[in-house]
Design a protein around this ligand. Structure first.
Ligand code: 13P
Length: 253
């Protein structure tokens, strides 16, 4: 395996732990991450906790991610946050195109691609999310939909030499407790790797493809054992240091 594909375990806190609780959780993550040198750990708190969590994580191996970004450096965009602002705040990663943003905030593939470009331009690494809905899976459209999503930002990734991450998060598995089976996940991850390598072999070799959707301590090891699963994007189970560290330990094996 390419060394740039070290396991990456990222915790997406979503709209939880925006204040003091976030600081406490980050402290616990910094502590357990120190004992797991073979795994990259990243946390993505809400915007309101970024600065405080950044100071807690300073000097620790835990990376800081934002959950969203607006693809302009500055301007009259009330309520939005730019890539340079996130960088200044201590972020090195940004989650882009999460299905909750696509579903609740109307983000389309072209807008997601703009965000990927702006993120890279600022020197931040995107974790770009893709994944099909239940109806699309039932209609046998999984690979078609995921390919359309990946195609929208593939050229942008290929033009950058950055070691980005793509998260395959089937929408039907998010927050539902219905995890994709290892074979189901591996099929999509392998397809994504093939599309990347058809475009640029180096891109395929350096991109970590994470699985997300009801990852828990009891199912993490089987998913992480798949050859093209390079880590996990964890929602609910990342809100507790005990379960998040158990998932990270499964990646270390
Ligand atoms: O959306 C997710 C991570 O981005 C997954 O959330 P859950 O782990 O809560 O299913």
């Amino acid at each position: 395996m390419n060394p740039s594909r070290r396991p990456l375990i990222a915790g997406n806190w979503k709209m939880f732990h925006g204040g003091r609780k976030g600081v406490e959780l980050a402290q616990e993550c910094a502590t357990f991450a120190g004992g797991l040198p073979g795994v990259d750990i990243v946390v993505a708190p809400p915007f309101t906790a970024l600065a405080a969590v950044a100071s807690v994580l300073e000097g620790s191996p835990v990376g800081l991610a934002a959950q969203n970004v607006y693809p302009k450096d500055e301007g009259a965009f009330t309520g939005e946050i730019s890539p340079p602002m996130l960088k200044e705040c201590g972020c090195s990663w940004v989650i882009v195109g999460h299905s909750e943003r696509r579903e609740h905030f109307g983000e389309r593939n072209t807008f997601v691609a703009e965000k990927v470009a702006a993120t890279l331009q600022a020197g931040l690494l995107p974790i770009v999310c893709v994944g099909e809905s239940l109806a699309q899976r039932q209609a046998n459209e999984t690979l078609l939909i995921v390919k359309q999503q990946v195609d929208a930002f593939l050229d942008i990734l290929a033009q950058s030499k950055a070691a980005v991450a793509i998260a395959y998060e089937p929408v039907w598995a998010i927050g539902t407790g219905k995890v994709a089976g290892p074979a189901e996940a591996e099929e999509v991850h392998a397809a994504i790797r093939t599309w990347l390598s058809t475009r640029d072999e180096g891109l395929a070799a350096r991109t970590r493809i994470l699985y997300g959707g009801s990852v828990k301590p009891d199912n993490a090891a089987a998913l992480l054992a798949c050859p093209n699963v390079d880590g996990a994007l964890v929602g609910g189970a990342s809100l507790d240091a005990g379960s998040f560290s158990a998932i990270a330990r499964a990646a270390a094996k």
